[in-house]
Design a protein around this ligand. Structure first.
Ligand code: PEP
Ligand code: MN
Length: 672
């Protein structure tokens, strides 16, 4: 039974409640649960619920129709998000944990960590104590192995998860482990669950090979009732009469558990099928069925693995699986999380100008030409965006350039173009299109006015809106909500549930959050991305409040053309503009062009025919009025670049003859 305490309960009333419950045969534990403080009462006590509900300091008493309570969605309706260092698992994220079955050596875990991180894993897995079916099989390197894995996790910015097999080891492994794994064989080892739950670390709870869903959730209840609030459930296949695969993945358990429980559910396709070739299809099926993530066995050389080699993916297979998941994620309203760079101790964000002297040198400077003394930023490595820190464009920069990049906040989109043109920033990041709200016309118009600016990259960002408030705020204390009008429009259904809130418009979402931090307000919240909450040390009061989760914004990375390269056919694909680090090796497969056509019948048709005849796919066509020429239009076109560069160049050459004001905006790699 769960007693949710009132926000302002006195310590005297709390003590009275505790004694009331223990006198009636319950063991009582105080916990923070979601947004609430609760007293969890376990044991065989009996109590008159109405009497209990009337005691001072009691907000409500939650009793569920299920034998598990803390794990039940009846007790907590919104998804639990488990935080493991910089990683979050749950809600609309897809988080992938990867690594070898067992840690075999320092070199092996280091090598695997580098590989899986490169492909986008957010956590590193590996067994130090292996529960093997045969006593003669490799049993793991023990604590030494765990030390190696911690070193690898630290080196590559990934928290680690490892299986704990005994009560004594739990305490010992504590300092080196970011998340404990309870293995399938130990799912019903209740003493182990109680011990591990009491340590307060996040726990990955595998489903026993012969456990029902209810038994599994009751094991989660043991962990939650013992003190941890962070439990992730992991379906890893159950035992059936089928022998072709190692186990049978119970795919239907995913939607069933997602309905019964608020806890995140991930899937282990490796142990479920036991055959390498079957891992990826089953993993994708799990994502399609609603899993919040995966834990996958990957080995640099599976044929040499000391355990579970036949089910371990080759690094290339893992890389391909991650790309497939990234493509599938939007279909199920989710986003694949890539390894977050560790949050820098020092924020390299500068607001409102370029007086950058005195800031520390950006990490991007590594490997760049020498000559800039430390402590001096010339803007050469900076990336400009419009708005305040934490705006979605800021997030897009982090996605493209990493957490350590030097992000420069400027007051307008035009200021981004100016900064790049004048060399005050090497790159710029501007939104061009939102999947719900349509094109950002201002930026399209700026491309016309800035012929020396080229597009060199594309980023698609899933927009997850959060309600963000001060550390001491809660949904009940909020009176005012600030955001960009787009933020309000996209969260309409959520805001309609709170008609008492006053809405105040701001010019950007990051600015809304900044104002709360600056003014230290507990009754004002902002709608913005989660990164903004982290940057300003504020709290996410509610995540994923957008009405339509399929909400994406497409950003362009801007760079200055080398003079004289503009519109030079056949070198159109090579604008001479500087490319972001890591982009040099990418072969562009998409280009953006803009042109107007003579005002005569069939002129646009003639242009599109040029593309169609060469099999060039057009993914976007947009028309914009030409300033100063009423009723004349510019056409913005996004096209695919065929493998044969000369085919593309000849199409562009011919287009120039059929159009007016033809302009090649840039070639880049399409973002998934
Ligand atoms: C593992 O993940 O290393 C493992 C042994 O899995 P399970 O407990 O699911 O068999
Ligand atoms: Mn294994």
């Amino acid at each position: 039974m769960i007693v949710v305490l009132s926000k302002n309960i006195s310590s005297h009333d709390k003590d009275r409640l505790r004694s009331f419950l223990s006198e009636r045969g319950f063991s009582v534990r105080e916990q923070v649960f979601g947004d609430d403080d609760i007293l969890g009462a376990t044991g065989k006590g009996s109590v008159d619920i109405r009497e209990l509900s009337l005691l001072p300091g009691v907000e409500r008493v939650a009793q569920t129709s299920k034998p598990y309570e803390l794990a039940s969605r009846e007790t907590k309706s919104d998804d639990t998000i488990v935080t493991i260092g910089p990683v979050k698992i749950g809600g609309s994220r897809i988080s992938v944990i990867a690594g070898p079955c067992a840690i075999e050596s320092r070199e092996q875990i280091m090598e695997t960590a580098a590989l899986v991180r490169e492909s986008g894993a957010v956590m590193l897995r590996g067994g130090a104590y292996k529960p093997r079916t045969s006593p003669y099989a490799f049993q793991g390197l023990g604590m030494k192995g765990l030390e190696y894995m911690k070193e690898a996790g630290d080196a590559y910015g990934m928290p680690i998860v490892t299986e704990v097999v005994s009560l004594e080891l739990a305490q010992q492994m504590m300092a080196l482990t970011d998340m404990f794994q309870i293995g399938a064989r130990n799912m019903q080892n209740y003493e182990l669950l109680k011990k591990v739950g009491s340590l307060g670390k996040p726990v990955l709870l595998k489903r026993g090979p012969a456990a029902t869903i209810e038994e599994w959730l009751l094991s989660a209840e043991y962990l939650l009732a013992s003190g941890t609030k962070d439990v992730i459930l992991c379906e890893r296949g159950i035992r059936t009469f089928e022998t072709y695969t190692r186990n049978t993945l119970d795919i239907s358990a995913i939607p069933v558990v997602r309905k019964l429980s608020h806890l995140p559910v991930i899937v282990d396709p490796s142990h479920a099928v036991g055959i390498r070739a079957k891992v990826s299809p089953v993993a994708l099926a799990a994502i399609a069925a609603g899993a919040n993530g995966l834990t996958v066995e990957v080995h640099p050389r599976p044929e040499e693995a000391l355990s579970d080699g036949p089910q371990s993916l080759y690094p290339e297979q893992f890389e391909k699986l991650m790309r497939d998941i990234e493509a599938l994620a939007p279909v199920v309203g989710k986003e694949l999380m890539r390894t977050p760079a560790p949050v820098s101790a020092e924020r390299k964000i500068v607001s409102g100008g370029f007086n950058l002297k005195g800031s520390s040198a950006p990490a991007a400077q590594k490997g760049e030409p020498a000559g800039k003394g430390p402590g001096e930023i010339t803007g050469e490595y900076a990336i400009a965006f419009s708005g305040e820190s934490g705006a979605y464009a800021d997030q897009a920069i982090i996605r493209a350039f990493g957490e350590d990049s030097t992000r420069v906040a400027v007051p307008s989109f035009k200021a981004v173009f100016d900064a790049v043109l004048e060399g005050k920033a090497r790159f710029g990041m501007v939104p061009i299109e939102n999947s719900l709200a349509g094109s950002v016309h201002e930026n399209y118009d700026l491309f016309i006015r800035y012929p020396d600016i080229a597009i060199v990259g594309e980023i698609k960002l899933r927009i997850v809106h959060c309600l963000i408030g001060a550390k001491n705020a809660s949904l009940d204390t909020i009176r005012v909500v600030r955001s960009h009008p787009q933020g309000f429009a996209q969260c309409r259904e959520f805001l309609d549930q709170h008609p008492e809130w006053m809405l105040e418009s701001t010019t950007d979402t990051g600015g809304a959050v900044a104002s709360i931090a600056r003014e230290n307000l507990s009754d004002v919240a902002a709608i913005a991305g989660e990164v903004a909450a982290q940057l300003y040390g504020l709290k996410v009061l509610k995540e994923g409040i957008e009405t339509n989760p399929l909400n994406y914004t497409r950003f362009f990375i801007l760079s200055r053309r080398e003079s004289g390269t503009e519109m030079e056919v056949p070198s159109l694909l090579h604008t001479g503009a500087a490319l972001p680090p890591g982009y040099e090796s990418q072969i562009p497969n998409k280009a953006s062009i803009v042109f107007s056509t003579p005002n005569e019948p069939g002129s646009l048709f003639a242009c599109l025919k040029i593309l169609s005849e060469r099999g060039i796919n057009m993914s976007k066509l947009e028309s914009r009025p030409i300033p100063g020429k009423p009723w004349r239009y510019m056409f913005y076109v996004d096209v695919s670049i065929p493998e044969e560069e000369s085919v593309f160049d000849s199409a562009m050459e011919e287009l120039k003859t059929k159009t007016e004001d033809f302009r090649f905006l840039g070639a880049y790699r399409a973002s998934l």
